[in-house]
Design a binder for this molecule. Sequence first.
Ligand code: TTP
Ligand code: MG
Length: 346
Amino acid sequence: MIIHVDLDAFYASVEELDNPTLKGHPVAVGGLSEHGIVTTANYEARKFGIHSAMPVFQAKQLCPNLLLVPNRRKRYLEKSREVFQILEKYSSTIEKVSIDEGYLDISHWQGNLTQKAYEMKEDIYKNTGLTLSVGMSYNKFLAKIASDWNKPNGFMLITKGDIPGILLPLPIEKIHGIGPKSANKLHSLGIETVEQLMDLPLDFLMDLFGKWGIEIYERIRGIDTREVTPLRERKSLGVERTFEEATDNLKVLLGYLEEFSKELEQDAIEKGIQGYTVTVKVKTSSFITYTRSRTCSYTIYKMEDLLEIGKDLLEECPKGEPYRLLGITLSNLVPLTIRQLSFLEV
Ligand code: TTP
Ligand code: MG
């Protein structure tokens, strides 16, 4: 059994906690300038249609009484750590997915699982002042769908028997991993719901999405064998992508490397890890894979460092054929300490 937890309106809830006068009012956290972007909004503000990634000026148009507060990332990391520390009482197998989200393997829980989940929610609320939504099921995919079901402060258990009722009518966007691009592809085929998606044969999905097509095919049938992998067992963290068209244009490749380094830094911060070893991987158009690694005497997680080392490593990769895949990975992982995090932007 697996639980997926996701804190409710996380940054906004922390702001309300630290400044209770905000409670009951529409609140958005974000960049304060007119060009700023809303990072998140509390549920009062969401009633006005305000959501993450919306420009601040637009949010103010939708809700002139909106209270806007600046991001305080360091404080959110602190609260996140408090929550995860409590979660550790309930399972020793926890995979932190982001600052406010994670999976717990609870196969060892005994007795009434639902009651225990409510106890855990109460424990977190009492000790941190934060509410979270909990989804419980027999795999990660279904647990995540379950936690999203009754937000905020929700609980939901999905059993095998619930699958047709829950999954079939779901819009395809709700399937974790089907991003806007994939959703558009499917919409252009007239597919809106999981029920319609189920009519597509495996071969067709594989032609459309490659290997990911297999995962979609299985997940919507309630099959997901991914294990909950705690950080200490994680060997590496990386970003890689296969291009639609192979390229040997160095400028293009460096552009990707920059983008991937940025993603990797964000991922490392959210998971609270850094590493000693950077690896660049390329695959040529004739499917030959090359990797080049460097291990440093200091730890790395920042984009600039990843990019600088990544560039050197990319240069060391054999040339002559265009590359169809590029990736950058961080390994030899260690936790990112509070001291290092204190240098982060707040
Ligand atoms: P989410 O869990 O996606 O959102 P949330 O916790 O604010 O609201 P919900 O109740 O729907 O779970 O993200 C967690 C935090 O991560 C969020 O409070 C702010 C931050 N965040 C970003 O920095 N950028 C983003 O694009 C999103 C979506 C969230
Ligand atoms: Mg959340």
